[in-house]
Design a protein around this ligand. Structure first.
Ligand SMILES: *Cc1c(COP(=O)(O)O)cnc(C)c1O
Length: 470
């Protein structure tokens, strides 16, 4: 197994570690395995009751296909998922599953340092990137933009890694005080926070412009199109499955609150590897680009609006191209044509490429969307039936799973953030704010105004700042 681009099925083969540092394939496609490695029922059984680090090691080993030796990979996994970084893990279980109602379960993916599921992939990515760079004797400057969760998760993962310097742009307006404080507290050493006088799109445009200029073309990326991130999300589906079933082989459904299609794509890959997942339920909020694709076959850019589950406020879903590649028979030229039509017309219909909504269903996919009012009532309902407080993104997934699930089959909903990150919405739903885990107790109390370098949208100023500090 090696990695190929979704736009070049003839395949210039790439190894896992090569793709880690580049992000996008040179032809503009996304990296994907030439074939999906398989996990047998016997192997699955042997992983039951295994610690998370062992499951992660065994599954990543298959996806890395020998490109990092076993001893090193084991070390990297153990450094990524330590008790110190996951202090709220339950008996060493980093992604615990709990039952909230008959055949309805929640898997908590947000026990990491920044309380969002992005920690799961980012922690492992940081370790792997640093390993590869050290091996090569190179350093990497990473430039990213964030509207919230990605920034702090990347910073927490890259903090103190010798081979990496990270510059993160964030908009002066739009982020919550909690998110700003999280990032501010991570400033220093190899982490530089830049607060841009503009919105998230301005930040993203600045990143794009810099990467397009020759002297900065070597800048690294940590966004979710990086194959290292997607592959690091596959193991927790194995862990969740093994915690939930009575017997290995039993089929279950999963429901995933989705934005850029990274998390649910990892579930799809787990299914392709042989994990008995029956249906992949996609939950969106009011920004329902993905719900539209999976219910009509039409993929259409829609301007996004700000909602109370803000980490899913997207206008297109970057990782969806990886599924398109499979849907179009792994034909790179056809995938490129499809993506080009989308870029040109802002809309493209799978039916014109010979794929029906029935075909999507036969791959396991179904979808639904939810509203602000749904989120509030789901937060209330889950609290009522299980005394558990869930965050608004998880609430989207509960709403859609209740609507679409088969009550005779177990469904696991992915919890992608802790409620502490979204106190305002929880207060609206429940009338009180959730108790804070100890690590976040006095987060906003530290004055970190000076932790942010303030800047306009001037590209030259940004270039100079990066040059002076890396
Ligand atoms: C990023 C994020 C999502 C969306 O995940 P995708 O992989 O982009 O689909 C959902 N919930 C939370 C809390 C997030 O931070």
């Amino acid at each position: 197994m090696h990695l190929i681009s979704t736009r070049d099925s003839l395949g210039t083969p790439n190894t896992y570690c090569e793709t880690l540092l580049t992000g996008l394939a040179p032809d503009g496609g996304l990296f994907i395995p030439s074939e999906y490695p398989q996990v047998s029922q016997g192997e699955l059984e042997s992983l039951k009751n295994s610690p998370y680090t062992n499951i992660a090691f065994q599954i990543k080993k298959k996806l890395i296909s020998g490109d990092i030796d076993d001893v090193t990979l084991k070390d990297l996994v153990e450094n990524a998922y330590t008790q110190e970084k996951f202090p709220n893990s339950v008996d060493g279980n980093i992604t615990p599953v709990r039952k909230i109602d008959k055949n309805l379960y929640i898997q908590n993916l947000s026990l990491g340092p920044t309380a969002a599921f992005k920690d799961m992939a980012m922690q492992q990515l940081g370790q792997e990137m640093n390993y590869e760079l050290t091996k090569r004797g190179e350093n990497l400057t990473i430039l990213g933009a964030t509207s919230g969760d990605t920034g702090s998760a990347a910073e927490a993962a890259m903090k103190g890694l010798d081979a990496i310097t990270l510059f993160m742009l964030s908009p002066q307006i739009g982020m919550s005080d909690f998110q700003k404080a999280q990032m501010g507290n991570l400033s220093g050493d190899n982490i530089f926070n830049i607060s841009v006088d503009g919105c998230f799109d301005d930040c993203q445009d600045m990143v794009k412009d810099l990467k397009n200029s020759p002297e900065f073309s070597h800048l690294g990326a940590v966004n979710s199109i990086n194959w290292g991130r997607i592959s690091s999300q596959v193991p927790y589906y194995f862990s969740g499955y093994l915690q939930t079933v009575d017997e290995v082989g039993e089929e279950i459904d999963v429901c995933v609150p989705s934005g850029n299609f990274g998390n649910v794509l990892s579930a799809y890959i787990a299914k392709k590897m042989g994990l008995p997942i029956r249906r992949l339920i996609i939950a969106t909020n009011e920004n329902d680009v993905l719900h539209k694709v999976f219910s009509t076959g039409v993929y259409e850019i829609t301007p996004s609006s700000i909602t109370s589950s803000p980490s899913m406020d997207i206008s297109k879903a970057s990782n969806y191209e990886r599924l398109v590649f499979d849907l179009l028979g792994r034909d790179g030229a056809k995938t490129e044509k499809y993506m080009q039509e989308f870029a040109d017309k802002k809309t493209v219909d799978l039916a014109d490429y010979g794929v029906s909504v029935e075909d999507l269903k036969s791959q396991g996919f179904i979808s639904g969307s939810s509203s602000h009012a749904d989120r509030l009532s789901m937060i209330e309902w889950v609290y009522e039936v299980s005394k558990t407080i869930i965050d608004p993104h998880t609430a989207d997934s509960i709403k859609v799973s209740l609507e679409l699930r088969d009550p005779n089959i177990k469904t696991i909903c992915m919890e992608t953030a802790l409620p502490v990150k979204f106190e305002d919405t929880i207060e609206k739903a429940l009338g009180f704010i959730p108790e804070r885990p100890a690590i976040f107790e006095s987060l906003e109390a530290q004055n970190n105004e000076k932790a942010f370098q303030k800047m306009g949208t001037d590209r030259e100023q940004l270039k100079n700042f990066i040059e002076d500090n890396s």
